[in-house]
Design a protein around this ligand. Structure first.
Ligand SMILES: [Zn+2]
Ligand SMILES: [Zn+2]
Length: 168
């Protein structure tokens, strides 16, 4: 059995009222645990857990999403996809990665514990009571994908960049 099989498993999720049901068609590119103050405010919590994945690997199984334009730290905005009924956010798109990559909210997956953080970012604003595991990479701010992503995810990223050339 090839390695591709292991990575092609489906991961389903959805909102609280179950209007929105979606499926990640593979494992994500990387899972961020973001400790920035913007994520703290938007989640009402200490951090956000986002699984970055190609948009075409996220399939809407049921319902629809309402896209809400929301300010972001970069000033370029983010588009948060929410259930139109219960308003739970299921994923975001940021201007940096555009429409090609979704940041799926790990807490909306049916089995969120399968996706622990691959990296902690913006730890400069991490809550002081929270101690990070010493064996998970952590960055004061952001990082370069080339230094932190797995070879497989970098290959997927290259394929994506070929499909969606970077606007600048
Ligand atoms: Zn809902
Ligand atoms: Zn953040």
């Amino acid at each position: 059995m090839s390695d591709a099989h292991a990575t092609s498993s489906f991961h389903d999720g959805g909102c609280t009222c179950r209007h929105v049901r979606y499926r990640m068609m593979s494992k994500p590119l990387i899972v961020h645990c973001c400790h920035c103050s913007w994520c703290q405010r938007e989640t009402g919590s200490a951090f956000a857990l986002n699984a970055m994945i190609e948009a075409d690997r996220v399939q809407l199984l049921a319902g629809d999403v309402a896209v809400v334009d929301t300010p972001s730290q970069s000033g370029k905005g983010q588009r948060i996809s929410r259930c139109p009924t219960c308003k739970v956010a299921v994923w975001s798109n940021y201007s940096g990665a555009g429409e090609a990559i979704r940041f799926v909210r790990v807490g909306t997956l049916d089995e969120p514990a399968r996706f622990p953080p691959d990296i902690h970012i913006y730890t400069g604003t991490k809550h002081p009571w929270l101690t990070l595991p010493p064996d998970t990479p952590a960055e004061i701010e952001y990082y370069r994908a080339s230094e932190r992503w797995t070879a497989e995810s970098l290959e997927r990223r290259a394929a994506l960049l070929a499909k969606f050339p970077r606007r600048s």
